[in-house]
Design a protein around this ligand. Structure first.
Ligand SMILES: Nc1ncnc2c1ncn2[C@@H]1O[C@H](COP(=O)(O)OP(=O)(O)O)[C@@H](O)[C@H]1O
Ligand SMILES: [Mg+2]
Length: 322
């Protein structure tokens, strides 16, 4: 399958007053045409950083190395102006907390027109009909395009953001935590909506979440991220039915029954490691319940090329699970 987005050996550090934060570590990552790919990990693991690095935003104190190719072309070193064209037109972005990203007091129609004008010279009628179609696609009555965002519910605003990100039929959508602030029933509807629009428009999607259980429903493939590293990757079925990395296994075990009331869930005990430190061994070791001798001395394999699990367990048959 041809790769639409291909990220290779991506390292991202941020310099701050406290020192250097090592956030992404040798990330290899790709999305094929028409694929829905999930990126899952705890808060702070570097998911949004990966998305924003691909889109070249939040770059003021960022240092990166590695390759990012989109549709066969390197985009990590192109001019800002050209990157602005890629963003919005070729890659649609639904940023984290995006239901609050719309200007609450500006009519939906004006915000849609602004995006269209930034990338095309469409006539007014064409802009109008495109806006109508896009709103219809996400189940918002087009007659409401003269309303302002504050007049909609959170779920409706999220639908509007999805419509906006798809407006110019991008090849790729990046949706960062698209369901996080919504309640469970609305979450499900938004997830199904994303899947429907992506399939309908023959787009690809990177969907980011800390919630493996909800997001995995619509993913073809999944990457699990821990402390800025891809720790496991596989098809949806491989990840859900045959997880290998102890972190993936813990994520699955702490799953919440989807439709139930919020209850106290047994999370994963311990805290993620500091981004200020460079690790010589496995970042997950302190929280891992399968630590063996080798973990204390040798860094696990990297999830690149044909390696699908960044853990000694995978390469050491003696300690195979169950
Ligand atoms: N511009 C920045 N400067 C310094 N640290 C940053 C910057 N952007 C993100 N980080 C740090 O990078 C880490 C990963 O953040 P983020 O990518 O937002 O994680 P996630 O989306 O998985 O919750 C966090 O520790 C965050 O504080
Ligand atoms: Mg994030």
């Amino acid at each position: 399958m041809m790769s639409l987005l291909d990220v290779k050996g991506l390292n991202v550090d941020f310099s701050t007053k406290e020192g250097m934060h090592y956030v992404l570590k040798n990330v290899d990552f790709n999305i094929g045409k028409g694929e829905i790919v999930g990126l899952i990990g705890e808060s702070g693991s570097g998911k949004s950083t990966l998305a924003m690095t691909v889109l070249d935003i939040n770059s003021h104190n960022r240092h990166m190395s590695g390759n990012i190719s989109f549709m066969g072309e390197r985009i990590d070193s192109i001019k800002k102006e050209k990157m602005r064209q890629v963003r919005g037109k070729s890659i649609g972005f639904v940023p984290q907390s995006s239901m609050n990203a719309l200007n609450p007091l500006v009519k939906i129609k004006s915000q849609f027109f602004e995006t269209i004008k930034a990338h095309t010279n469409m006539s007014r009628e064409d802009m109008l009909s495109l806006t109508e179609k896009s709103l219809e696609m996400v189940g918002i009555n087009p007659s409401r395009m003269n309303s302002c965002p504050y007049e909609f519910s959170g779920g409706q605003r999220q639908r509007i953001m999805i419509a906006l990100s798809m407006l110019l039929s991008p090849e790729l959508i990046i949706a960062d935590e698209p369901t996080t602030a919504l309640d469970a029933t609305v979450q499900l509807k938004i997830i199904e909506l994303l899947k429907d629009v992506v399939k309908q428009k023959h787009t690809s999607m990177l969907v980011i979440s800390h919630d493996l259980h909800t997001i995995s429903r619509i993913c073809d493939r999944i990457y699990i991220m821990y402390a800025g590293k891809i720790v496991e990757t596989g098809t949806r079925d491989e990840i859900l039915n045959n997880p290998v990395h102890p972190y993936t296994r813990k994520l699955l075990a702490s799953r919440l029954p989807l439709m139930c009331e919020p209850v106290r869930v047994k999370g994963i005990s311990g805290t993620p490691p500091s981004t200020l430190k460079k690790y010589e061994v496995c970042e997950f070791m302190e929280r891992c319940d399968r630590v063996s001798e080798i973990c204390r001395t040798v860094r696990p394999p990297e999830c690149t090329g044909s390696v699908k699990v960044a853990c000694h367990l995978e390469s050491n048959s003696e300690c195979h699970l169950e």
